[in-house]
Design a protein around this ligand. Sequence first.
Ligand code: G4P
Ligand code: MG
Length: 159
Amino acid sequence: MEDKLYYSYNDIHNICVEKANTIKKEFVPDVILAIGGGGLIPARIMRSVLDIPIYVVSLSTYDETNNPINEPIIVQWMDFSKLRNKKILVVDEVDDTRKTIEFLVNKLANNEEISEENLGIFVLHNKKKDKVIGINNLSISYYNYGEMVENKWIVYPWD
Ligand code: G4P
Ligand code: MG
């Protein structure tokens, strides 16, 4: 049995376009908030369908010497007042432990101008495994993924 899952740019493109069309009807976002690095390419592909601005924050769960760390660290942040009263679609490539998503959603939800109702998440891949938090316990009103996958290492075309 293959121990890794491989995806091509074409696979990623097809997932993003299909799901962006669904999200356009179901959640109707005003802006995309991409989580760099992995969320950048999916966010840009989805923008071709959604036709809305892309904002970016960059987070990492690896330190300067490439060792995994427990809490995501902020590589680059943004002024959340720009997101006031907007429906925000957060885009990342993978929901693995869910630490990154939990971290960002908590930071967003801490702002008075950003309500739970205005927060949605999209990830290309949701891994079947135990997560640090359940979707129902996040301050979001929408969650969608491209594919649910086994708990294996995913190799993206940009890796
Ligand atoms: P999560 O909160 O998004 O669920 O993920 P978690 O922090 O547990 O993931 C740690 C890092 O490992 C993240 O990278 C995530 O994108 C990456 N990752 C997890 N599983 C896979 C996988 O199967 N394949 C690949 N290629 N990456 C995976 P990061 O620190 O956010 O870096 P970046 O690559 O997004 O810049
Ligand atoms: Mg990432």
